[in-house]
Design a protein around this ligand. Structure first.
Ligand SMILES: Nc1ncnc2c1ncn2[C@@H]1O[C@H](COP(=O)(O)OP(=O)(O)O)[C@@H](O)[C@H]1O
Ligand SMILES: [Mg+2]
Length: 220
């Protein structure tokens, strides 16, 4: 399964989510490949840190060219249970290419109304990608949340109308996410990060229950 982390804003938690998903899937015994498609190289730095510290690492590829990614991502999916792609924040050719080959796109987003409204451009990109890739499943995860908030119902409904689901489980603003990244770990493997670990595991469980639900809908 190919899961890409996208969206047009920087600093929303794409790399953090990609890295923590890689760690959690490894912890669950899956074979995992992580692709760093962002010239900023956050995932590259993390994987170097993890390897140096002797922590488990996914198979890792750094590739920032759209035309190479189009071929390389599906090849990786033949060899691994999970392929995660950490995308740059610009809605350019790289995001387009990745969304066309993906099974799932996750759009991390802050929890404020303004940040949620700013998802519009990303939803356009999802819509565009579904032309060649009609089965693309799309989710919003609210990250760096200051206090548990609910995405306004009308916004959830608007996004649902676009075929984009806002995940119920939010990721709270916690120092554990920064500490885990700096240590070459994820929150589900870092000692003492129990609350963060719990919320992140729940996010993965929710994602998979929704993926199964949507596949059943497609089969009906
Ligand atoms: N849930 C969170 N709690 C605390 N800090 C977070 C959280 N998610 C992300 N961050 C921090 O926010 C910054 C931006 O996150 P990052 O994942 O690099 O965003 P992006 O890849 O979308 O640009 C990083 O310093 C990261 O450690
Ligand atoms: Mg990033």
């Amino acid at each position: 399964m190919i899961i890409v982390l996208g969206g047009q804003k920087g600093g929303t938690g794409k790399s953090t989510t990609a890295i923590n998903l890689a760690v959690e899937y490894l912890r669950l015994g899956k074979s995992v490949a992580l692709v760093d498609a962002d010239p900023q190289g956050t995932a590259t730095t993390w994987v170097d840190t993890a390897a140096e510290a002797g922590h488990p690492t996914p198979v890792f590829i750094r590739e920032t060219k759209a035309e190479v990614l189009m071929d390389r991502i599906p090849e990786l999916a033949d060899e691994h249970d999970i392929v995660l792609v950490d995308l740059p924040s610009e809605l350019g050719q790289v995001q387009r290419a990745a969304l066309v080959v993906a099974d799932v796109v996750i759009l991390p987003c802050g929890a404020s109304a303004a940040e949620m409204w700013a998802l519009t451009e990303s939803t356009d990109l999802v819509k565009e990608a579904r032309n060649p890739n009609p089965n693309l499943m799309a989710f919003v995860v609210q990250t760096r949340v200051q206090r548990a908030t609910k995405a306004g119902k009308s916004l959830r409904d608007d996004l649902a109308a676009w075929g984009i689901t806002v995940l119920f489980q939010q990721l709270i603003n916690r120092v554990a996410y920064r500490d885990a990244m700096a240590a070459g770990l994820g929150v589900t493997t870092m000692p003492g990060a129990d609350e963060a670990a719990k919320e992140f595991s729940s996010l993965v469980v929710e994602l998979h229950s929704r993926l199964e639900g949507q596949e059943h809908e497609d089969a009906d």
